[in-house]
Design a protein around this ligand. Structure first.
Ligand code: GLC
Length: 586
């Protein structure tokens, strides 16, 4: 279905504005919403285990901590949790460097505890999504260690990408590819081992599209394909409800390794082109189809969501009925605070998903980007990735940022499809932008030659109480320092306070169940340049004012929730909406 065919008609509304009807999905795919699987409409709460809750006081979050907060998550009203990688790992990239996909990292707990968590989450009515990292392993994975020790030509090396260097003695990398984190995407084998792996004096190199500690797997090797299917089964057999697939647009590479002539795309951009040697290659899809078949063998509504940074026109390929159930729509992460930008993204994502019978998957924040309460408080065009090199203090309007973040939350949660929330988003946590450089842990900081601040500022341990060594994160200080403001933003400080961000989320999530999930339709309302407004088939109307002046609200009988004022939410009718706020009406 194209956007044109989804526009069904126009009708007059309010002060001379028109309503554009945009009803999705198309007839061909329209499921019966009452029996639609949970993931089509679920709210998924992302847990970064290292920073969520520390059950044993060692400063690192763990499975015990997650288990202790299941009641909180149930009361918040989420349908599922997605847990960032929890596997054995040296944590060189926060766990996206896996040394054993069947073992839990001891700092987080044990496989038995993981199983207990899955069971208990289910008892709380919460599904559990694991993160699977198929593009690369840790250098500590047995396979890579075996490969490093193996002689040239040994099959153990064929599970990765080893190549002789170019130039005299192979002293130049095999191609000009650069790592997503900065620097060359190839490292010399002799930097990793004492073993001299060279043929005729020509140095050997291995490929890593991310950090040197994350060697890329060779997906043309059947052993790699089989191993990942076994890993998926391992976790499905333990009750996992789905997988978030890391770097789903990676995996397959052009084995001729042609020079690219340009820097590799940054982590969060989707720029690529047809025939790109390592992003979004057509041969990815047969692999995905095998995974989908495998998931379909299991009972229950198991699902897969792709982290695929691809051009919008390529995304539906990943969402075909025999491939991923969903793919993140990351465009909100990059959007400036402009009604038009948000509207365009909404339309594009909704249409792309509907074309293949999927539903959109909305995201405002995750463990890779600056938290939105800070992002929206910065002047348009600020390069938030380069801090602390430039220092934001004088640019940041923290109050405005939070106000907009709360409005954006209502925009997101009112939409059909599923919404992914990142831990702490419900508390309105800001980015911790002024972490001392000595504590920075993200490889991006080092690999970018200290030009990019890295992603630690959104990974600071969560505050659960007003005081204590780590504001209730654990008994002792957490692995990254927390700012003082975390005390008043902690979950317990906000509980029961009508105006708090936490109560706003709770209210919105409960209303969403009541009003927002009984249909998958949305009509865009044209309510003025700085306003984004839509109506759900269930009758819920969401209006977001992106501008600097109050705007008139459409006719309604009740205010369901307001992003700023609780008192207003209690008023039956309100005529105008202040700047940088959102409201749900009936
Ligand atoms: C994904 C993850 C990111 C990680 C990268 C490499 O983009 O979200 O945190 O660094 O993959 O695995």
């Amino acid at each position: 279905m194209t956007l044109e065919t989804c526009i069904g008609g126009m009708a007059a509304v309010g002060a001379g504005h028109t309503i554009t009807f945009c009803t999705v999905p198309s007839e061909a795919f329209a499921p019966d919403p009452s029996s639609a699987p949970w993931w089509r409409r679920g709210v998924v709460y992302q847990i970064y285990p290292r920073s969520f809750a520390d059950g044993n006081g060692d400063g690192t979050g763990d499975i015990a901590g997650i288990r202790s907060k299941l009641g909180y998550l149930r009361d918040l009203g989420v349908d599922a949790i997605w847990i960032n990688p929890w596997y054995l790992s040296p944590l060189d990239d926060g766990g996206y460097d896996v040394a054993d996909y069947r073992q839990i990292e001891p700092r987080y707990g044990t496989t038995d505890e993981a199983e207990a968590l899955i069971t208990e989450a289910h008892e709380h009515g919460i599904k559990v999504i694991a993160d699977v990292v198929p593009n690369h392993t840790s250098y500590q994975h047995t396979w890579f260690q075996e490969a490093l020790q193996a002689p040239l030509g040994d099959p153990a090396r064929d599970r990765y990408h080893f190549r002789p260097g170019k130039g005299e003695n192979g002293s130049e990398p095999p191609s000009d590819w650069t790592s997503v984190f900065g620097g060359p995407a190839w490292s010399r084998v002799d930097t990793m081992t004492d073993v001299e792996a060279a043929a005729d004096g020509v140095a050997e190199w291995y490929l890593h599209l991310f950090a040197p500690q994350q060697p890329d797997l060779n997906w043309e090797n059947p052993e790699v394909v089989e191993e990942f299917e076994a890993v998926l089964r391992f976790w499905l057999d333990r009750g996992i409800d789905g997988f978030r697939v890391d770097v789903a647009h990676g995996l397959v590479k052009d084995m001729d390794y042609p020079d690219l002539g340009l820097a590799t795309d940054a982590l969060l951009t989707s720029a690529s082109f047809d025939g790109h040697p390592f992003w979004d290659r057509d041969d990815i899809h047969p692999i995905v189809r095998r995974w989908r078949n495998l998931l379909d063998e299991y009972d229950g509504e198991r699902m897969m969501v792709a982290e695929a940074w691809v051009r919008p026109e390529r995304l539906p390929l990943y969402l075909r009925p025999d491939e991923y159930h969903q793919s993140f729509n990351f465009d909100f992460l990059e959007a400036a605070w402009k009604a038009d930008d948000f509207r365009t993204i909404m339309e594009k994502a909704t249409t792309a998903a509907a074309e293949v019978g999927s539903t959109p998957t909305w995201v405002l924040s995750n463990h890779d980007v600056m938290r939105e309460a800070t992002r929206y408080g910065l002047p348009d065009g600020t390069d938030w990735r380069s801090w602390p090199a430039t220092g934001p203090a004088n640019l940041l309007d923290a109050e405005l940022g939070l106000r907009r973040a709360r409005a954006a939350a209502l925009l997101l949660l009112g939409l059909p499809g599923s919404a992914y929330l990142y831990q702490g988003e419900e508390l309105g946590l800001p980015e911790v932008w002024d972490l001392p450089v000595e504590v920075l842990d993200d490889p991006v900081w080092e690999q970018s030659g200290h030009t990019l601040k890295g992603r630690d500022g959104c990974r600071v341990p969560l505050p659960w109480s007003r005081s204590g060594a780590s504001y209730g994160f654990g008994e002792n200080e957490g692995w990254l320092p927390q700012p003082q403001v975390f005390g008043e933003l902690s979950a317990s400080s906000q509980t029961g306070i009508g105006q708090s961000t936490l109560e706003l989320f709770r209210k919105a999530l409960h209303l969403r169940r009541e009003f927002g999930t009984s249909d998958e339709t949305v009509e865009l309302l044209d309510a003025g340049d700085d306003v984004l407004a839509y109506r759900r088939g269930s009758g819920l109307i969401c209006v977001v004012n992106f501008g600097d002046e109050a705007v008139e609200l459409p006719d309604h009988t009740r205010v369901l929730v307001h992003s700023q004022s609780d008192a207003l939410a209690e008023a039956p009718i309100s005529s105008s909406l202040p700047p940088n706020t959102a409201v749900w009406l009936q």
